[in-house]
Design a protein around this ligand. Sequence first.
Ligand code: PAF
Length: 280
Amino acid sequence: MRLIKSVEEMQQASLECRMMGRKIACVPTMGALHEGHLSLFEQAKESADVVVVSIFVNPTQFAPNEDFHSYPRDLDRDLGICQEKAVDFVFLPEADDMYPPDHSFFVGEEEISKILCGVSRPNHFRGVSTICTKLFNIILPDFVVVGMKDAQQAVLLNRLIRNLHFPIELIVGPTVRDDDGLALSSRNMGLSESQRKEALKIYQALCSAQQLTEKGIINSDRLIAEVTNHLGQSLRLRVIYVKAVNLDDMKDVREVTSGQTLLAVAVWMDQLRLIDNIVL
Ligand code: PAF
C-alpha cells in the first residue's frame, strides 16, 4: 500500500497506472472505516486493477452547526485496515491543498441536491459534488464505488458523472447492516448502547412498510404514515423526513413500483442525524 498526501503525486501515480493500461477504482471515504467500506473495497477490487481509497473529512459538506469537528477520526486504524485489505493507494490530502486560500469554485447541482436531505442540509450536496469533482480529477478513476446507504449521494454522483462528462462508471454497493439490521455508518461510533437500541427502530420502521407492500399495499402515503407512526413510538427519534421516491431521480412517487421505489428516512437521534433506506 502506498500512502500519498500530495495532489500532484496522486495525479502522477494515476497517470502512470493509466499509461500502463491499468484500470483504477476509487472509493471516496471520510475515514472511520467499517465493514460497509470494506465491501466497497471488495467491489473496487473486482472491477479494476488498482484500488485507490481517499480519506478526507470534507469541510464544505458540513454546515457550521453540524458535526465536522466531532466527526469520528481514527487514521491509524484506517491505514491499518487499508494495509490489511491490500488497498493499492490511500490518498490522504491536506485541507489546504484541496481548498487553497484562493479557492472560489464550487460544483452546484440544481435538482437532486434540493430534495430529501438537501432540504435541511442546503449546502451539503454542493460540498459533496465539489470534493468528488476534485477527487475525480486527481485520481482519474475508471470506476467510483459508493454505498447505497447514501442513496441520494449515489444518484447525485451518477448525475454529476454524466452531466459533466467524466469517463467514469459508478458502482453502488448494497448497504451493509449489523446482524440486528442497523445500517453501518461511521457516525454509529458516536452511539451509546441505549441510542443504538433506539436507532434500530429506523430499520424496523422501514421493514414494517416493506411488510405492508408484501400484503399488496403500495400507496406511498399509507407506507409513509406507517413508518412515521413506527418512528414516533420512540421518544428519542425526531423525524426529519420519510419519503417514497423513484430510485433514478429521487422524485416523490404516489405508488410503489417493485424494485424501483426507495423508501428513505432521516431522523434526529438526540444530537445525531441518521439516515437509512430500503428499496421496496
Ligand atoms: O460518503 C462520504 O463519505 C462522503 O460524502 C464522500 C463521498 C467521501 C465525499 O466527501
